[in-house]
Design a protein around this ligand. Structure first.
Ligand SMILES: [Cu+2]
Length: 124
């Protein structure tokens, strides 16, 4: 085989390995809230592979959380519940955020209205 063929094969393998590495990394990434000037923790959820993404969000206790469900989220997934924190809301559009102040530290399950979409919120 010609040298140039080997170079091409190596290059393709490298790009492929890089793709696997980075797609894996982004799937494992968990969402942290960004905090605005008023101290509100902003979290944006979207939809990926039939569930919320990111699947794990981390917030601080005692500080307001403003949760946005972006345009990729449809139907029943727009109702958002964290039962153990007493949060139950419906967002008709992304601008209608679900706001709450998590007081209790711990790891809690969040879910849509019927429980098909779910994830974990870590309050610390
Ligand atoms: Cu649902």
């Amino acid at each position: 085989m010609k040298f140039i063929t080997w170079i091409t094969i190596m290059f393709v393998l490298l790009v492929f390995a890089g793709f696997i590495y980075f797609s894996g990394a982004s799937l494992n990434q968990s969402g942290s809230a960004s905090v605005d000037s008023s101290g509100t923790q902003k979290v944006v959820l979207s939809m990926q592979n039939g569930n919320y993404w990111p699947r794990t969000i981390t917030v601080k206790a005692g500080q307001k959380v403003s949760l946005e469900l972006d345009n990729s989220i449809q139907g029943c997934y727009r109702s958002f519940n964290i039962r153990d924190l007493g949060v139950s809301g419906y967002s008709a559009s992304p601008s209608q955020t679900i706001d709450f102040v998590p007081q209790q530290k711990g790891s809690f399950r969040f879910a849509c209205g019927m429980g098909m979409g779910y994830g974990t919120i870590i309050v610390d």
